[in-house]
Design a protein around this ligand. Structure first.
Ligand SMILES: Cc1ncc(COP(=O)(O)O)c(C=O)c1O
Length: 373
C-alpha cells in the first residue's frame, strides 16, 4: 500500500533532533539548539510590511510562471550579484522555497526507463537530492566529499549514464565554497558526458570574507540550473520563496510540470519577495549577525581542541572531533543540540555541525558551557 521508496526511507534526520529537543525541554533542561538550519533572525520589517500591504481581499490561485515583477527582480538581482543577464520570461521561474523544486527535479528531467538515469550528488549532503531522485525513479550515486579535496567531488568518477549532477556551494553541512574554476571544470565535464548541472545555491549570500561565485557565471550556461531562495538570505524560511534560473528549455519543462503540482508561491509572498531581492541592506545586517555569533563560538571551540574545518560561508560550523557520537552526547547532556556529521551521509563521520541559529546571547551561554565541559 505504501510506495516502497517511502517505506525504505529512514526518518528525515531532523525529525529525530526535534524529538530530542522536546525530551530535553520536558526534563527542564535549558536547550540551545544548534541543530536545524532554520534561521532565528527576524525578517526585515520592510519585507513583512510588503507582505501585509500585498494581502488582497481574495487571493486567487497563483500561476506557475509567477508575477512578472518577481521574475524581473530576480533577474536584476542575478545581474547585480553575479553579472549575468537572464531573460525573466524564459530563463526564470519562482518556486515555493527551493526544497520542493529540488525534490521534483528528477521527475521533470530524468527518464527512469533510460540508461541515462543516474543522479549524482556530493555527500555529506542535504538529503533532498537523493530522496527526490529516488522518488523520480532515478538511480542515485553519492560522490564522497573529502577534506583533502576541499569538499569538492571527484568529477572523474562520473560516466555517460549521468543525467544530473547536484552541487551545493557554499556547502551544507561543511561550509566549503567552490572556486569559479570548479564550475568551469564541471561545465566542461557536463558537456563531455552530456549531463545537467543542478546547483543548489541556498547559501551564496551567507559569507564571511568574500562573496562566493555562482554556477551561473560559467562561460557556457546551457547545462546549468540554479536554485536560489530567500530562506537563508533574507531569513524567510516560512514564506517559501525562491526561484530557478535555467536554460529556456528547462524552464519550459518546469512551466509544463509545475501547474499540476501547484507549488507556485502565493502572490502576496511574491510581492514581498520583490522587496527582499531588491534590497541588500538587510542581507548585510544578517551577515553581520552570523559573523558575531561565529566570533563568539570560534574561540570556545578552539579552546576545547576541536578543529573548525571549511566553514568559510553558510550558517554552519563544521568541526572535526575525535569521537563525534560521544561529543554529541556530551553536548546534549548540557542542553546543546548539534547535528552529528553522519546525519548528512557516511562521509560526515568524524564531524559535527553547529548551525548558528540561536541568538547571540545563547551563543555566549553556549561558549560558557563549552568552556566548562
Ligand atoms: C542545502 C540546502 N538547500 C536547500 C534548502 C531548502 O531551503 P528552502 O526550501 O527553504 O529554500 C536548504 C534548507 O535547509 C538547504 O540546507
Amino acid at each position: 500500500m505504501i510506495n516502497p521508496v517511502l517505506a525504505e526511507m529512514a526518518a528525515y534526520p531532523f525529525v529525530k533532533l526535534e524529538e530530542t529537543r522536546r525530551a530535553l525541554a520536558a526534563r527542564g533542561v535549558e536547550v540551545i539548539d544548534f541543530g536545524k538550519g532554520d534561521p532565528n533572525e527576524p525578517t526585515d520589517p520592510m519585507i513583512r510590511q510588503a507582505l501585509i500591504d500585498a494581502l488582497p481581499v481574495r487571493a486567487p490561485y497563483p500561476l506557475a510562471a509567477g508575477l512578472p515583477e518577481l521574475r524581473e527582480s530576480a533577474a536584476r538581482w542575478c545581474k547585480r550579484r553575479f553579472g549575468v543577464d537572464l531573460d525573466p520570461d524564459t530563463e526564470l521561474i519562482p518556486t515555493y522555497g527551493s526544497k520542493e523544486a529540488i525534490f521534483s527535479l528528477a521527475q521533470v528531467l530524468v527518464d527512469p526507463s533510460s540508461d541515462k538515469r543516474v543522479v549524482a550528488y556530493g555527500e555529506p549532503a542535504y538529503p533532498v537530492y537523493e530522496r527526490g531522485a529516488l522518488f523520480g525513479g532515478a538511480e542515485v550515486r553519492a560522490l564522497p566529499l573529502r577534506r583533502e579535496n576541499g569538499f569538492l567531488p571527484d568529477l572523474s568518477a562520473l560516466d555517460e549514464r549521468t543525467a544530473i549532477v547536484w552541487v551545493n556551494y557554499p556547502h551544507n553541512p561543511t561550509g566549503a565554497v567552490a572556486p569559479r574554476s570548479f564550475y568551469e571544470e564541471l561545465a566542461a565535464r557536463a558537456d563531455e558526458l552530456d549531463f545537467l548541472i543542478a546547483s543548489d545555491e541556498a547559501y551564496t549570500e551567507l559569507w564571511f570574507s568574500e562573496p562566493p561565485p555562482s554556477a551561473l557565471q560559467v562561460a557556457d550556461r546551457s547545462r546549468v540550473i540554479v536554485f536560489q531562495t530567500l530562506s537563508k538570505r533574507s531569513s524567510m524560511t516560512g514564506y517559501r520563496s525562491g526561484f530557478i534560473a535555467a536554460p529556456a528549455v528547462v524552464i519550459a519543462a518546469l512551466k509544463a510540470y509545475r501547474p499540476t503540482v501547484g507549488t507556485a508561491p502565493q502572490e502576496f509572498v511574491q510581492r514581498a519577495s520583490v522587496v527582499a531581492w531588491d534590497d541588500e541592506r538587510h542581507v548585510e545586517e544578517t551577515r553581520a549577525r552570523y559573523a558575531a555569533k561565529r566570533d563568539v563560538l570560534l574561540p570556545a571551540i578552539a579552546a576545547r581542541g576541536w578543529e573548525v574545518v571549511a566553514s568559510e560561508a553558510t550558517m554552519y560550523l563544521w568541526l572535526a572531533v575525535p569521537d563525534a557520537d560521544a561529543v554529541v552526547a556530551q553536548l546534549l547532556e548540557r542542553g546543546l543540540i548539534v547535528s552529528p556529521g553522519t546525519f548528512f551521509g557516511p562521509s560526515g563521520e568524524g564531524y559535527i555541525r553547529f548551525a548558528l541559529v540561536p541568538t547571540l546571547d545563547e551563543c555566549r551561554r553556549a561558549a560558557a558551557i563549552l568552556a566548562e565541559l
